[in-house]
Design a protein around this ligand. Structure first.
Ligand code: SAM
Length: 289
């Protein structure tokens, strides 16, 4: 079998991927970069070359998976987030670029309010807490990440180690027995909990991702409600809570916050596409941010 040149692959193969699954041209490029281990410039420079037999076999297998709708990140085993590469697998959500706004609002808050400890509930691949740890770049702070999946925690631990981020990972259900890991000094809680309404789980774009990372119950609000309820009972409360939210959940999260933390302030922040994405709940509203 005569193997096509890189140029021929780039010209033709995007036509066989359904564009409901993202951008077919980018997908082909990403698979080629993964197979060849080249960077993008090298790929462009070598357009007249053919893949080796082994590379071509891997390429064809990957293309088949992509055609069936598997996200590129699960094919290659990694996803870039905030300029760093994170390992992912079928146990972890693929980190989304929109989550970077949560990192940035939390980072700013920590610097402005002298926060010394951060707890993330539901770390997944660990991309959020690892990025925040590295961006804050403060060895006197402590970082704790929790998840209810041991498989997920394994990936998060690996990613934190790869990037040299010092984070303690704890296997836990939300904030159960929180007194075991809540620090005695100022801290914040961050979470991007599962928030997809159960009826929306058959969306093709998320079909390969773990239900445990996505299913937020009938209206998608199950985990926010449970977390807010638990936070309301803590003796030593966080200075603030940062939730990633769905674009249509601002009103619901505001109502839940009023119900469980009536004296707290809630601010909704947008993502890069101008959609509501972050709920910042501040416990002591007299301190402005
Ligand atoms: C939407 S994913 C977020 C992953 C990661 N923080 C991110 O932003 O890419 C939600 C995570 O919460 C975890 N999770 C689900 N139920 C949980 C629970 N009861 N307690 C702690 N973590 C939970 C899932 O395993 C998953 O890793």
């Amino acid at each position: 079998m005569k193997r096509p040149t890189i140029q021929q692959i780039l010209d033709k193969d995007h036509l066989i991927i359904d564009d409901r699954f993202g951008s077919p041209q980018n997908d082909i490029e990403e698979i080629l970069l993964w197979v060849t281990k080249w960077n993008y410039e090298q790929l462009l420079q070598h357009q007249n070359k053919r893949l080796s037999f082994t590379q071509y076999l891997r390429y064809i297998l990957a293309l088949g998976k992509r055609k069936r709708g598997m996200p590129i990140a699960y094919i290659t085993g990694y996803k870039d987030f905030g300029g760093r590469r994170f390992m992912v697998n079928r146990h972890t959500l693929i980190p989304r670029a929109d989550t970077l706004v949560v990192v940035e609002y939390a980072r700013r808050f920590c610097v402005e309010h002298g926060i010394t400890n951060i707890i993330e509930i539901g770390v997944g691949s660990g991309a959020l807490i690892t990025t925040l740890t590295l961006e804050l770049h403060n060895p006197s702070m402590t970082f704790i990440g929790t998840d209810i999946s041991q498989d997920t925690l394994k990936v998060a631990r690996k990613n934190a180690k790869t990037h040299g981020a010092s984070i303690s990972f704890v296997y836990n259900n939300l904030l159960d027995n929180a007194e075991n890991f809540i620090p005695s000094t100022k801290y914040i809680i961050i979470s991007n909990p599962p928030y997809v309404a159960t009826a929306d789980l058959n969306e093709p774009s998320i079909a390969y991702e773990p239900k445990l990372a996505l299913d937020g119950g009938a209206d998608g609000m199950k985990y926010y409600e449970e977390l807010l309820k638990q936070i309301s009972t803590l003796t030593h409360k966080p200075e603030a809570v940062f939730f990633e939210i769905g674009f249509n959940q601002a009103q619901l999260i505001s109502q839940l916050t009023k119900k469980y933390l009536p004296t707290a302030d809630i601010l909704i922040r947008k993502d890069l596409n101008s959609l509501d994405r972050v709920a910042l709940i501040q416990m002591n509203p007299s301190q402005q941010h």
